[in-house]
Design a protein around this ligand. Sequence first.
Ligand SMILES: *Cc1c(COP(=O)(O)O)cnc(C)c1O
Length: 419
Amino acid sequence: MQLKKSRELYEEAIKLMPGGVSSPVRAFKPHPFYVYEAKGSKLIDVDGNEFIDYCLAYGALILGHANAEVKEALKEQLDKGWLYGTPIELEVSYAKLIKKFYPSIEMLRFVNTGSEATMSALRLARGFTGKEKIVKIEGSFHGSHEAVLVKAGSGATTFGVPNSAGVPKDFVKNTLQVPFNDAEKLSEVLEKNKDVACVIMEPVMGNSALIIPEGDYLKEVRKITKENDVLLIFDEIITGFRLAMGGAQECYGIKPDLTTLGKIAGGGFPIGIYGGRREIMERVAPSGNVYQAGTFSGNPMSLLAGYTTIRVLERDRVVEKVSEKAKKLCSGIRDLLSDKSANVEIAQIASMFCIYFGKTPRDYIEALKLDKEAYMKFFWKLLENGVFLPPSQFETCFMSLAHSDEDIQRTIEAIGEAL
Ligand SMILES: *Cc1c(COP(=O)(O)O)cnc(C)c1O
């Protein structure tokens, strides 16, 4: 593998941008590769290397790269202009389509990123309840805004910076934390604190490695939040349109009060969505007194890429197909693991999977015990063999519709060698 051009670009980038990157987890050592183009399941870098991609823009691309139908739709839109700053018909059609798969979402608002969606949902929960505290799960990631930048998953974990400088203590003093898969602890915290507006959680954690809810944990969380008169926010920015069309709430049969969506919902373009119960959403400006606004919110390109993607997912039963592909790959990897007696485990749910260097974690504290150095060695071996996993033990791997049987076979072989 030649990385000459990438190295040259990185040497310039490091002088121009912090860490040489636009988002922290992209900055793996000694330097990242620079992508020239992407097609289907593959990334091609500026030195001509080709990688089978299981990072898939951190889960945003369930159809793979440069899907032809999404591309055609966007091309047509370009002729009609790409930003109006006015309402468009597509807002109505897309909102209806989302509502169909998420019965808990009676009303919604389109924003530009997942971070913006969770930030707005938290403000809304506080505005609606008149209470100030929020509860988050240790190791969950909801974007990089103040209230949720405590024990915030992958980026922070990889670099050993659990909190961020520049976040005033007063901003996070109202953020309480509980471990995942521990309903009792949540119950205790809510009993003790009567001024909690909401619990925000990733129903399946995807930003501190992959952590799957056990037994009736999510049902318990719903019960406890209801009993304590606390809103429940499901951050389904990864799980939405991936675990099922209706996300984790469909899979586990839970009705949260508010939901955030993003990633897949933008079809590869920036998007965030927050929505939920009508009486709560009606509190958002201009119908209510919780303010939130955005120049690019509901822009035609993001909505169209998202809408077209979701229509394809529905028509072609993509979620099931992609889950089958992930299952096939993971069963191949499992066979390897039983041969190698390495201290490596694997978990998979729908089209999300994670290869753990250590024991399968059930919460953040256990995830921190994973061997991130061993993972990075494995990561580089795989890259040399043409397979790109996310560059951190604390990220989740994803499968796309574009991954072929041949890709899967080649990946299993590369993993066998790397192990
Ligand atoms: C990616 C992610 C976000 C943030 O979304 P951005 O579009 O990157 O701002 C929030 N929550 C979860 C669960 C995510 O995975």
